[in-house]
Design a binder for this molecule. Structure first.
Ligand SMILES: *Cc1c(COP(=O)(O)O)cnc(C)c1O
Length: 353
């Protein structure tokens, strides 16, 4: 670490991303990328980008992209903010609405939340998930801190319904509620129908998982126009041109292809059912997932052992050395062929021990 590194940031926490191996010879089920390639409209849009477009600065407010999102969601453009992936949007939202505040979140959730809490001086308080790994709704209704929830939650995959979410949002409309819908599009309901009704609700989404565009880096937020204009102020204090012209145009093309989207989502949900059924047959406990991954624990074998054995078979999954979930593996949903491959490998492994 450099001696020039500022004292104000030298003790920060950091997020550890899942491994991105350079060799192509692994079955990569560790970072919840979409198993299917993006819409054909995406590649044709890429081919249309000209050097003249790249010569110029992009639209700093991504107006056309925001218009497309607004149309899809039946909202107005003033209710939409976009950023370089949802992590970027979440970081802005944290800074805008949660810095130096009391923030409550489940104890088992997305690992970036405590990192932002640390960066922006929030008093971060966690509420334990129930033994079933479900969110304790009553505790969230009673505690009056600002709320951050991933829905479906990560890494459990369990989703709350819209009435359940509304019971938290409505109970005290003076507290800010952030719902991270990174795994929207695989069977969970969105809280977007509540945007017009509550000005304390911000929803953050990503094209990384739902639209198979993790490499493009596009995320967005939906909320009351005043929340959105506050996000724009934060954006303009850091980087006025966050989305490049390629991201703006390609994301629009992807969001317009509802046929691809419906097909791709249903393929993933079908694979998820097959993987879950196969794992249940092998004595795994499988949480009911509404995301493009499943969170599983074996009745007899440790998470550490299974993680290593899969790795030796060139299959990457994700595991955390955290109390309560050290025996659990998060497995991203693959294609039907990849699903067969991991089930076959696990079957062989279980036969050996
Ligand atoms: C993947 C993920 C994100 C970040 O997604 P990007 O849009 O790729 O930055 C945010 N929140 C959760 C819960 C995620 O799993």
């Amino acid at each position: 670490m450099s001696r020039f590194f500022s004292d104000s940031v030298r003790d920060s926490s950091y997020y550890t991303p899942g491994e991105q191996p350079s060799s192509g010879d692994v079955l990569k089920l560790n970072t919840n990328e979409h198993a299917i390639c993006a819409s054909g409209l995406v590649t044709s849009e890429l081919g249309k980008i000209t050097a003249d477009q790249l010569r110029r600065y992009p639209d700093p407010y991504s107006s056309e992209l925001r218009q497309t999102i607004a149309q899809n969601e039946r909202l107005s453009i003033e209710q939409v903010f976009v950023g370089n992936g949802s992590d970027d949007v979440l970081a802005h939202a944290w800074q805008a609405f949660l810095s130096n505040k009391l923030v409550i979140a489940p104890d088992i959730t997305y690992g970036f939340y405590p990192v932002w809490a640390d960066r922006y001086g929030s008093q971060f308080t966690t509420i334990a998930l129930r033994p079933s790994f479900e969110i304790d709704l009553c505790a969230f209704q009673e505690n009056q801190g600002a709320v951050v929830l991933a829905n479906p939650n990560a890494p459990t995959g369990i989703a709350l319904s819209v009435p359940e979410l509304e019971s938290i949002i409505a109970i005290n409309q003076d507290r800010f509620i952030l719902i991270d819908e990174a795994y929207y599009g695989f069977g969970a309901s969105s809280a977007s129908s509540l945007i017009g009704k509550y000005d304390n609700l911000l929803i953050v989404r990503s094209l990384s998982k739902s639209h198979a565009l993790a490499g493009l880096r596009v995320g967005y937020a939906l909320g009351h126009p005043e929340l959105i204009s506050s996000l724009n102020l934060i954006k303009d204090s850091v980087n006025a041109y966050p989305l490049d012209i390629i991201a703006q145009n390609v994301a629009r093309a992807a969001l317009r292809d509802s046929v691809w989207y419906a097909h791709a989502s249903s393929e993933i949900m079908t694979s998820r059912s097959k993987l879950s059924a196969g794992l249940l047959d092998m004595e795994f406990r499988v949480l009911p997932s509404k995301a493009n991954f499943v969170f599983v624990e074996h009745a007899r074998l440790s998470g550490r052992m299974l993680f290593r054995a899969l790795r030796d078979a060139n299959i990457l999954v994700r595991r955390w050395d955290i109390p309560r979930i050290e025996n659990w593996l998060r497995i991203s949903i693959g294609t039907p062929k990849q699903t067969q491959q991991i089930l076959f490998t696990l079957g062989q492994l279980l036969n050996q021990v």
